[in-house]
Design a binder for this molecule. Structure first.
Ligand SMILES: *Cc1c(COP(=O)(O)O)cnc(C)c1O
Length: 489
């Protein structure tokens, strides 16, 4: 019996063939016509396998994968909601799929209309005047947004504004984008309620502040109830407010970032507007702005005149941020999602996402330490098990969840606590799923008291057990050759 869990190279048998290629199409060319510079010195080392070998190998490893479609996936801050199949079906339609980005605008009017309607819908949901759909992901939208912030100040000749205020609870991409944009981060503290500390904010306000980045609800799942005061303070010293829209799911259709005083934002379409994500993509991070910043949006912009769409390059723009127009099939999914749900149903997303997170929070707080009490928004954060005497840590709890067929929540983020467990159930989970998750989490708390050693060895049922995560991230083994080298070390 062949073990199909093996690497495809290990299944390989010399001379076995799994393909049959037609004769070369252009027979007038022979190998002699190929520039020797482009010729290989030796045949590439490829696995020699039958079609059935390949099929079984990949079917087997696909079954070891975990996704929203295999089980509960409460990964905090990532909004792992169900992505309706109709969106994929539409994005897979060849009328959309086969369009080339270099086609003349006159032949892609329908596409340009979708771009325009989606950016308008995002504008309506957030209150902002215009969106560019060009950035490829949330972090990329942040960078584009900060470049707009910088361009705005520089256009007014205000070159000393190089500092960006970021709360200590922020997602790591916020300070990273600030640094990539050539600006400096001023970190400010959260207060004991998990919100921005107003005194700390006031102390950091100077005429060197370009702006402030904030997500609301913040990464603790707490709504910044002082938000209007915060945006007023930053505006009062000439700074702009940047909204990290990754948590938009919590307030969608209920509250608009513009009404809170934000000037620039990005939206993670792949999170809030349902594109399968994880494993690195694909994403889309539209960047939106208020009226006075529209001229800085990235090129190209899609404009309309007498019912005809055309592309425009503006000199004031921050330039291009993507090869063409961004990840078009991700916007198409978002567009389909918005249209299928409609305004009324979009507004229910926040309700259910918030209800589900609070339900879990209330039921787990007897065993898991809740550092910030009171209602949360779409996600809740615990600081490990209450009973620390067992030595069982958040990592062990997360690993044990895998044995129960669930994805672990986000752990050790936010950095404010030492044993963070950040749970975001999303609106698409049923009460039965949430009840089952709670039951499992309480069972793990019991196991921690009764058999802590076992928990420290979890997961016990997955194809691989505990991996050295630092090693796996720092020394990637991406080819069979790397693997062989690794084995001989
Ligand atoms: C996911 C996330 C980001 C970054 O978005 P990407 O699309 O992964 O680049 C930024 N901020 C917060 C709060 C997030 O959850």
């Amino acid at each position: 019996m062949v073990n199909y869990d093996k690497l495809i190279f290990e299944i390989s048998r010399e001379g076995r063939i799994g393909y049959s290629l037609p004769k070369p199409f252009a027979t007038e060319y022979t190998l002699n016509d190929v520039n020797p510079r482009h010729m290989r010195d030796e045949t590439p080392k490829l696995p020699e396998v039958s079609e059935l070998d390949v099929l079984r190998h990949y079917s087997n490893i696909s079954q070891k994968n975990f996704g929203v479609e295999t089980g509960f996936y409460p990964l905090g801050s990532c909004t792992m909601k169900y992505n309706p199949k109709i969106n994929d079906e539409i994005a897979g339609n060849e009328a959309f799929r086969n369009i080339h980005p270099l086609q003349p605008a006159s032949t892609v009017q329908g596409w340009m209309k979708i771009y325009d309607e989606l950016q308008k819908a995002l504008g309506e949901l957030t209150g902002l005047s215009a969106f560019s759909l060009n950035p490829y992901a949330g972090a990329h939208g942040e960078l584009a947004g900060l470049m707009i912030m910088k361009a705005y100040h520089e256009k007014r000749g205000d070159y000393k504004r190089t500092k960006v205020i970021v709360p200590d609870s922020a997602h790591g991409t916020n300070p990273a984008s600030t640094a990539v944009c050539g600006m400096q981060v001023i970190e400010i503290k959260s207060n004991k309620h998990g919100r921005v500390d107003l005194e700390s904010l006031k102390a950091s306000l100077t005429d060197e502040v370009a702006g402030m980045m904030l997500t609301n609800p913040n990464t603790l799942g707490i709504f910044e109830s002082d938000i209007c005061e915060i945006t007023k303070l930053v505006h009062s010293v000439g700074g702009l407010m940047y909204y990290d829209g990754a948590n938009l799911n919590a307030i969608l259709g209920k509250a608009r970032p513009m009404d809170m005083g934000f000037d620039i934002m990005h939206i993670n379409l792949h999170k809030t507007f349902s594109t399968p994500h994880g494993g690195g993509g694909p994403g889309s991070g539209p960047v939106g702005v208020i009226d006075k910043l529209v001229e800085f949006l990235p090129n190209p912009r899609i404009k309309q005149l007498d019912g005809h769409f055309y592309l425009e390059e503006s000199l004031e723009a921050i330039g291009r941020v993507s090869m063409f127009f961004g990840n078009s099939l991700v916007w198409l999914r978002a567009y389909a999602y918005i249209l299928t749900l409609g305004k009324e149903n979009l507004a229910k997303i926040g309700d259910f996402a918030t209800l589900n997170a609070n339900y879990i929070k209330e039921l787990l707080k007897t065993e898991y330490f809740l550092p910030i009490t009171g209602p949360c928004m779409h996600e809740c954060v615990f600081d490990g098990l209450i009973d620390v005497s067992t030595g069982v840590r958040t990592l062990d709890v997360a690993k044990r969840l895998l044995d129960y067929g669930m994805h672990a929540p986000t752990i050790y983020f936010p950095l404010l606590f030492h044993q963070s467990i950040m749970i975001e159930p999303t609106e698409t989970e049923s009460k039965q799923t949430l009840d089952h998750f709670v039951e499992v989490m309480l069972e793990i708390a019991r196991e921690a008291k009764e058999n802590p050693e076992r928990l420290k060895q979890a997961p016990l049922t997955t194809p691989v057990g505990r991996i050295d995560e630092v090693f796996a991230a720092k020394k990637m083994i991406l080819t069979y050759k790397d693997y062989l080298e690794y084995l001989t070390q």
